[in-house]
Design a protein around this ligand. Structure first.
Ligand code: GDP
Ligand code: MG
Length: 163
């Protein structure tokens, strides 16, 4: 079966921007993806001749009764459960936050392969500013700029190497 890569992280770190880059906005037909649920956003990706499915999270109604934090946690859990590799996206411009620590703790407990993606790193990929994210204890940090399309090939290589 085609490998599934899930994008998780707190709101506004650039998950959807990265999703669009990786999939080049090719939506996956959910009907063609047996075993995956319908309430998340799936896209089809092909890089270096390898096909994979990308799952975005966070596209829920902010007005949801149960509240944004709980809904986000639920979406994240479900997407991670379906994934073969998790791309945990953080924002280098915002720096490390308490919410990043919470998500990291959850992912470490789960033991799934995780690649830590330091997004919004345009113009600072050489600066090492993203190195603070090593503190999350999830191994390698891959600096990218989803908005500018930088670092994506290295990211895909790191993700597929974890399969
Ligand atoms: P999501 O909530 O995690 O899905 O984040 P979005 O993809 O909606 O992006 C949130 C904001 O961050 C938007 O204003 C994007 O334009 C911006 N953004 C996304 N990627 C980058 C990036 O690589 N660099 C910068 N500077 N901004 C970005
Ligand atoms: Mg989004």
């Amino acid at each position: 079966p085609t490998p599934v890569v899930a994008l998780v992280g707190r709101p506004n770190v650039g998950k959807s921007t990265l999703f669009n880059r990786l999939t080049r906005s090719r939506d996956a037909l959910v009907a063609d993806l047996p075993g995956l649920t319908r309430d998340r956003h799936y896209g089809q990706a092909r890089w270096g001749g390898r096909d994979f499915i990308v799952v975005d999270t966070g596209g829920f109604e902010p007005s949801a009764e149960q509240g944004i934090v709980r809904e986000m946690a639920k979406q994240t859990r479900q997407a991670v459960a379906e994934a073969d590799v998790v791309l945990f996206v953080v924002d280098v411009r915002a720096g490390l936050t308490a919410q990043d620590h919470d998500i990291a703790a959850y992912l470490r407990r789960l033991g799934k392969p995780v690649v830590l993606v330091a997004n919004k790193a345009e113009g600072m990929r050489e600066s090492g500013q993203w190195a603070e994210f090593y503190e999350l204890g999830l191994g390698d940090v891959v600096p990218v700029s989803a908005a500018h399309g930088q670092g994506l090939r290295s990211l895909v290589e790191a993700a597929l190497a974890r399969l």
